[in-house]
Ligand binder design. Structure first.
Ligand SMILES: NC(=O)C1=CN([C@@H]2O[C@H](COP(=O)(O)OP(=O)(O)OC[C@H]3O[C@@H](n4cnc5c(N)ncnc54)[C@H](OP(=O)(O)O)[C@@H]3O)[C@@H](O)[C@H]2O)[C@H](O)CC1
Ligand code: K
Length: 520
């Protein structure tokens, strides 16, 4: 499991060390880890550190200090190191160390400043140490202009290796928000803990591979602000049948999906629930869709019942269920009922209305993409539950903020789907997953995800401690968020199985089986 913290959390854990006078030691440790990561990149790129051209973009604070100390270490290993001071001052000890090791300093505001972009573009490696956890907003003035000039001058697919110090400057360390121009990093080396912004969209796309350097303050860190499940967590947590299991104890998934206009959504959703290992799958829908479901997935029991007439552990409602009054009535019954449910696509509007009325039942997991979440937020604002609602672009700029706002306003888990998917629980738990291939962005892959999620939700619905192996944070109501993150992770892993390429949703469902078998 990757655990990430906010800047404030790391600073709080750091305070006792600073009070004991250990600040310089912490910085030396951080800088050494940064220098090691830079040396590794240089060896990969050109075989050795000696003779490499290194530019350190150094801001005025401790982030700049880390960069300068790391630059000093690289200079001692024979690199030609130039620090570009982006502000009116530099960390004094860091600057002295760099100069003592033979490094040089150029002031961006001085006469040589005009040549700085050329020096950056000609470098083998650039350390981005302008802004860290103390940043307010993004790069400004001359520093922003320099980075923009470098971005404009970067040749396609080439240019210097960029190593970001703690966080790429301009990416919000806590939010992942991108403020102004940012130099995309190949590697981000963070200290004490990964900062939450490295695992949040849209900033994550600018962070490259993440490396964390331990500083010794880790035991003093509080519960993380954000978590991410890794493949070994998925293997450990995915619900598996025991010797005494039977189809009902493993979890029955009820699917309210499809309509005469969109029968395919029901086929993909039910197929995925079967392939993800549900004990049993029931489908409720119109006669033609039911016939097709039974033909493509004979394992599914299809009927014209109302949800109040069948017993399931979890529902999936919404995929393709539009323009059909009988389906809408079934969806309303599920939303106001006590059984957990994945609420997707056409059912999201009804969920927002139910939440505004205080009628949304417990254990609901909403699965919008950015446009759908903007719509849900607009409904919640119109119904007086939220004060403001952003456009789709606003959701994309701050996905975690708006997923969390929707979770708090509805009392449901919100799964905001994207290249990095954000899972926000109403109690504040936050997980993100970035396992999927870009080929996942295809019609029907959301129907498949909903089916997979329904299978996990059904398995944990009656077991508050289903994921307790992950820690006490995963217990109780939070298990629904863990179930959602597990489904997103497996769905993403399935999309990458066998290499990158097209993955039609029906093929994806089969690959879910393969992922689960491989992780058994
Ligand atoms: N986590 C740890 O235990 C350790 C962290 N280290 C490193 O320290 C930074 C945080 O350092 P800090 O000095 O608090 O903050 P920054 O270096 O990020 O930036 C603060 C300076 O930058 C100026 N500032 C703020 N916003 C902007 C902006 N948008 N544009 C330009 N300049 C900005 C601000 O100056 P002002 O005069 O404007 O207030 C500050 O001077 C952390 O990220 C780690 O890299 C330790 O080295 C090891 C322990
Ligand atoms: K930085």
């Amino acid at each position: 499991m990757i655990e990430a913290h906010t800047g404030a959390q790391v600073r709080a854990a750091e305070t006792p060390f600073l009070e004991r006078g250990d600040g310089p030691a912490l910085m030396r440790r951080a800088a050494h880890g940064l220098a090691l990561a830079c040396s590794r990149r240089l060896r990969e790129r050109r075989g050795k550190v000696a003779g490499a051209r290194v530019v350190v973009l150094a801001g005025t604070g401790n982030n700049g200090g880390d960069g300068l100390w790391a630059g000093a270490e690289l200079a001692r290993r024979g690199a030609a190191v130039l620090a570009v001071a982006t502000g009116d001052r530099l960390h004094p000890e860091g600057e002295a160390a760099l100069r003592a090791a033979g490094g040089r300093v150029l002031s961006l505001g001085g006469p040589e400043g005009a040549g700085a972009a050329g020096r950056v573009l000609a470098a083998d490696l650039v350390v981005d140490a302008v802004l860290g956890t103390g940043a307010r907003g993004g790069l400004r003035g001359a520093a922003a202009a320099l980075v923009q000039e470098v971005l404009d001058g970067l040749p396609d697919g080439a240019g210097p290796e960029v190593v970001a110090c703690d966080v790429p400057s301009g990416v919000g360390a806590d939010t992942g928000a991108v403020h102004g121009p940012v130099l995309p990093a190949g590697t981000t080396v963070s200290f004490g803990s990964a900062k939450a912004g490295l695992l949040l969209p849209p900033g994550e796309a600018l962070c490259g591979r993440a490396v964390t350097v331990p500083l010794g303050l880790e035991p003093a860190l509080p519960a993380p602000a954000l978590r991410r499940l890794e493949p070994e967590d998925v293997a450990a947590l995915w619900p598996r049948p025991g010797a005494g299991s039977h189809k009902y104890s493993r979890g029955v998934v009820g699917v309210v999906a499809g309509s005469a206009t969109y029968p395919g959504a029901a086929l993909m959703c039910t197929r995925a629930a079967v392939d993800a290992g549900a004990g049993m799958v029931r489908h409720l829908g119109d006669p033609e869709t039911r016939r097709l479901v039974c033909l493509t997935s004979p394992e599914v029991v299809a009927s014209e019942d109302h949800p109040t007439e069948v017993h399931v552990q979890a529902w999936v409602v919404g995929p393709g269920a539009v323009g059909d009054p009988a389906q809408e009535s079934r969806i309303d019954a599920v939303l106001t009922g006590a059984v957990p449910a994945v609420v997707d696509a056409g059912a999201l509007g009804a969920a927002a209305r139910a939440a505004a009325d205080g009628a949304l039942g417990p254990g609901k997991v909403l699965t919008p993409h950015a446009g759908e979440l903007a719509q849900v937020l607009a409904w919640l604002a119109a119904l007086g539950v939220l004060e403001e609602a952003p456009e789709r672009e606003g959701v994309e700029a701050e996905p975690a903020r708006w997923a969390a706002a929707a979770a708090a306003a509805t009392g449901a888990v919100v799964v905001l789907k994207g290249a990095t998917t954000v899972v926000a629980a109403p109690g504040g738990l936050l997980l993100t997953q970035a396992d999927g291939s870009p080929w996942l962005a295809t019609a029907g892959s959301g129907d498949t995800l909903a089916g997979v999620m329904g299978a996990v939700l059904a398995a944990c619905a009656e077991h508050p401690d289903a994921f307790a192996a992950a820690g006490s944070w995963a217990r109780g109501e939070n298990r629904f968020a863990v179930a959602a993150a597990l489904a997103v992770a497996v769905h993403g892993q399935a999309s990458r199985l066998g290499g990158l390429g097209p993955v039609p949703p029906t093929v994806l469902a089969q690959r879910v089986r393969d992922v689960l078998r491989a992780r058994a």
